[in-house]
Design a protein around this ligand. Structure first.
Ligand code: PLP
Length: 406
């Protein structure tokens, strides 16, 4: 039995008030709150177990290294990679996709080669490809979503041409919640020799992920959305693709030997991790993943699905609210606009007065906003600790906003 009240007690911030009202935190899509075990792990690491990793021969360095390196296996198990050596640590999905652009795509692509993106990609999965367009003449091909916000995998597959080198696609839209059939896309792409990068920044928080089942080449994770510290993250890179990558950031740790004339690189994955990493952040992420696993990934997904269904039913009763993206293949994230002129920023300000935290704006998804012909939406996104009572508070606050602006 999913005990949401017990889970809520594990997150100290949830008991605070905002503007004199109990906090209703529905901005998990931007960043999730942290359970006490993660906060304690950060404190313990700095209080008792801190030193730089990998390069020391002293007790604390070895201890910190063991704790830090143990996270590689935890992330590998979390996404079911064939080996923990397929996990590269980083600061999050933005860094991950930039790494793939520089380390894998740039050396392998030339002017006229094509990258396929969907219109609902986050800027983190757009701007690095614009770099290749601007600097190398690579062509970005866009695939639209339909009027329900669904992405037909066949539309992505049909966009493949002999010039296509990469499909870079989200697993779950951070605006609409749409879940993309990345497995079908990957199978078809591979049959045509095209690599697939999946932006799992949102999906990995809301559903169990199996990279071997998906078959993709790259899968990105964001630690701070996975209830872990900010500045933590990782990318799964299939071993055969890892062999194709050139080092991206150069410096300490990613080398075995440096002379005046030559460099011998470390083995992967460390070849792609230069400099002092986010040691404590990654240790905290490991604890966050343990925490999620102990609650149960399927159980979290089921709880969030029931919250989403409850919210969708309630919102359907408000005929002045337009939910953007009505496809049933949807995670625990949804965007909406309000009839009349109320701007998303104004709505979110009213909600905030009631203690309800949502996000308003473009959500780093300029092309999607252009496609939907909107300048902004409000977005509510659930985490494992949200409740139906909180959905009711959201609805009450929306009614207030409608009274004021509608
Ligand atoms: N991709 C998606 C779908 C996101 O929602 C986000 C963050 O909002 C990112 C990428 C960027 O992730 P990070 O904060 O790890 O750089």
């Amino acid at each position: 039995m999913y005990d949401v009240s017990a889970i809520r007690k594990d997150f100290p911030i949830l008991s605070r008030e905002v503007n004199g009202k109990p906090l209703v935190y529905l901005d998990n899509g931007a960043s999730a709150q942290k359970p006490q075990v993660v906060i304690d792990a950060i404190s313990t690491a700095y209080s008792h177990e801190y030193a730089n990793v990998h390069r020391g021969l002293h007790y604390l360095s070895n201890l910190a290294t063991d704790k830090y390196e143990a996270v590689r296996g935890k992330i590998g198990r979390f996404v079911n990679s064939a080996s923990e050596d397929e996990i590269i640590f980083n600061s999050g999905t933005t860094e991950a996709i930039n790494m793939v652009a520089y380390a894998w795509a740039m050396p392998r692509m030339q002017a006229g080669d094509e990258i396929i993106l969907s219109v609902m990609e986050h800027h983190a999965n757009i701007v690095p490809w614009h770099f290749l367009r601007e600097r190398m003449g690579v062509v970005i091909k866009w695939v639209d979503v339909d009027d329900k916000g669904a992405l037909d995998p066949q539309a992505v597959i049909d966009a493949i041409t002999p010039k296509t080198k990469l499909i870079a696609i989200t697993h779950m839209s951070n605006v609409l919640g749409t879940v993309v059939d990345v497995k079908t896309i990957t199978a078809a792409a591979h049959a045509k020799g095209v690599a697939v990068l999946v932006d799992g920044s949102q999906a990995s928080v809301h559903m169990p992920v199996d990279v071997q089942d998906i078959g993709c080449d790259f899968y990105c994770l964001t630690g701070h959305k996975l209830y872990g510290p900010s500045g933590s993250g990782a990318i799964y890179v299939k071993a055969s693709r890892m062999d194709e990558m050139q080092p991206f950031i150069g410096g300490g740790d990613m080398i075995r030997e440096v002379t005046k004339d030559a460099v011998i690189y470390n083995d992967a994955p460390m070849k792609f991790e230069a400099g002092t990493p986010g040691i404590v952040q990654m240790i905290g992420l490991g604890v966050a993943l343990d925490y999620m696993t102990s609650v149960g990934l399927d159980q979290i997904a089921a709880h969030e699905a029931s919250l989403r269904d409850y919210a969708m039913t309630k919102l359907a009763g408000l005929n002045w609210i337009q939910v953007q993206g009505t496809t049933p293949d949807k995670g625990a994230i949804f965007s909406f606009t309000m009839e009349g002129a109320a701007h998303a920023h104004d709505i979110s300000t009213i909600l905030d007065k009631k203690g309800v935290a949502v996000r308003a704006g473009q959500h780093c998804c300029g092309p999607l906003m252009e496609h939907m012909n909107l300048n902004a939406t409000c977005r509510a996104s659930f985490g494992m600790y949200n409740t139906t009572d909180e959905v009711d508070t959201l609805i009450d606050a929306l009614e207030l906003a409608h009274d004021l602006f509608g």
